[in-house]
Design a protein around this ligand. Structure first.
Ligand code: 5AD
Ligand code: FES
Length: 352
C-alpha cells in the first residue's frame, strides 16, 4: 500500500523503493516523517562511521571557466566575475597548510580552465603526493576525456567529484547551454568509476524547473551509479546569472533528501555542504543530524575566497582555514560529533 509509513519502513529496512514511492513520499512528507527519517539516517551513519565527521580541504584554484551553466556565478558570460588563478606554488602551499591543520584529503576544485592543462594538473598532484604521501588527492575540474581521467589516475589522483546535476536529459538542457549534455556528464561518471576512482556525484536541490519526478530520477540514478560520495545542496541564486530571480532551494527538502540518501545508500559519504550552511546558520549541523558525515572547509587563500562565488552570500569567505577548523570543531562538539583526522575513505571503496 502506498502510504507514507509503509514507504518509510521500506527505507529503514534497506529495501529498494520505487520511483512512484519516492514521488509519493516527497508529496506527502511532513515534519514527523522528516524527524523520523533523520533519526534513522543519523543512526545508520553512526553505525558505520561513528560520531566522526570527515573533513576535506577544498582548494578553489581557478575561477576561470569555459562553460556557461545558467545557475553558476563563475560562468563564462559573467563579465562581473573577477577572475583569478592560483600559482602552482600557492596550490601546493595551501595543501601543506591543510596538512598541518589535520587534513588528509585535499580537493582541487576549479572551473573548466584550459590554462590548467593535464600536464600542469599532474605536476601539482605529484608534488602534493611527494610532500604528503598519506594524503588522498581529489580532483573536481569538470568534464574531461577518458584519456585525461586515466592520466590523472595514473599520476596518483584517488578521487573525483563531478555532480551529475540532474539525471533527466530535458531538465539538464534547461540548466545548461546546448554545448553541454546529460549524456556526456553521465559518460564522464561511468568512465571515472570504470578507471577506479572513488567517485562523487550529486545535484542541487530546488534548481530551476526541478520537479519531484526529477528528484526521484536523481535518487534512482544515484542508487544505480553507487558512487563513493554524493554532494547535494540547495540551489542558491547568483545575482549575475540568468537565474538571479529564482527562489533558493529549501533547507527542509535538502535535509529530507540527505536522510533518504543515507538510508538508500548507507555507506555513502555525504557532505553537509557549504551551500547548506549558507541558507541557514545551522545548516551544516542540521545536515549532520539528518545523516550527513562530511564537511568540506575551504583552504583557499582568504584573498581569493570571495571570488569563487558560485552563488551569493557564501559563508566562510572572510575566515582563515584555521579559524574555520576551530569554528567547525565547536559546532560539531555541540551536536556530539568530532572531526576525524584520517583520509575518510568510503568503507566499501577503500583500497587495501
Ligand atoms: N547554487 C548552489 N549550488 C551551485 N553549484 C553551482 N552553482 C550553484 C548555485 N548557484 C553547484 C553545482 C556544481 C557544484 C560545484 O556547485 O552543483 O556542480
Ligand atoms: Fe568557517 Fe565557521 S566554519 S567560519
Amino acid at each position: 500500500m502506498n502510504d507514507v509509513r509503509t514507504i518509510v519502513q521500506k527505507l529503514c529496512d534497506g529495501a529498494d523503493i520505487t520511483r512512484d514511492e519516492i514521488i509519493f513520499l516527497l508529496n506527502n512528507r511532513d515534519k514527523d516523517t522528516a524527524d523520523l527519517l533523520a533519526e534513522k539516517a543519523s543512526a545508520v551513519s553512526k553505525g558505520i562511521y561513528g560520531n566522526k565527521v570527515y573533513i576535506r580541504g577544498l582548494i578553489e584554484f581557478t575561477n576561470y571557466c569555459k562553460n556557461d551553466c545558467y545557475y553558476c556565478g563563475i560562468r563564462y558570460s559573467n563579465k562581473n566575475a573577477s577572475r583569478y588563478r592560483l600559482s602552482e606554488e600557492e596550490i601546493t602551499g595551501c595543501a601543506s597548510c591543510g596538512y598541518d591543520l589535520g587534513f588528509r584529503t585535499i580537493v582541487l576544485q576549479g572551473g573548466e580552465d584550459p590554462f590548467f592543462t593535464d600536464e600542469k594538473i599532474i605536476r601539482i598532484v605529484r608534488e602534493i603526493k611527494r610532500e604528503h604521501p598519506d594524503v588522498a588527492v581529489t580532483l573536481s575540474i569538470g568534464e574531461k576525456s577518458h584519456e585525461s581521467y586515466k592520466a590523472f589516475y595514473d599520476a596518483g589522483v584517488d578521487r573525483y567529484l563531478l555532480r551529475h546535476e540532474t539525471a533527466d536529459h530535458s531538465h539538464y538542457a534547461k540548466l545548461h547551454p546546448s554545448s553541454l549534455s546529460a549524456a556526456n556528464r553521465q559518460r564522464c561518471l561511468r568512465d571515472l568509476k570504470e578507471i577506479g576512482y572513488q567517485t562523487g556525484a550529486g545535484f542541487m536541490v530546488g534548481s530551476p524547473y526541478q520537479t519531484y519526478e526529477n528528484i526521484a530520477d536523481d535518487l534512482l540514478f544515484l542508487r544505480d551509479l553507487d558512487p563513493a560520495m554524493i554532494g547535494i545542496g540547495p540551489f542558491i541564486p547568483h545575482k549575475d546569472t540568468p537565474f538571479a530571480d529564482r527562489p533558493q532551494g529549501s533547507l527542509e527538502l535538502t535535509l529530507f533528501l540527505l536522510s533518504m540518501i543515507r538510508l538508500m545508500i548507507p555507506e555513502v559519504l555525504l557532505p553537509a555542504t557549504t551551500a547548506l550552511g549558507t541558507i541557514d546558520p545551522r545548516g551544516r549541523e542540521l545536515g549532520i543530524l539528518a545523516g550527513a558525515n562530511v564537511v568540506m572547509p575551504n583552504l583557499s587563500p582568504v584573498g581569493v575566497r570571495k571570488k569563487y562565488a558560485l552563488y551569493d552570500n557564501k559563508i566562510c569567505t572572510g575566515e582563515e582555514a584555521a579559524e574555520c577548523m576551530n569554528c567547525l570543531a565547536g559546532r560539531l562538539r555541540n551536536i556530539g560529533y568530532e572531526i576525524a583526522v584520517d583520509r575518510g575513505d568510503n568503507i566499501k571503496y577503500k583500497k587495501t
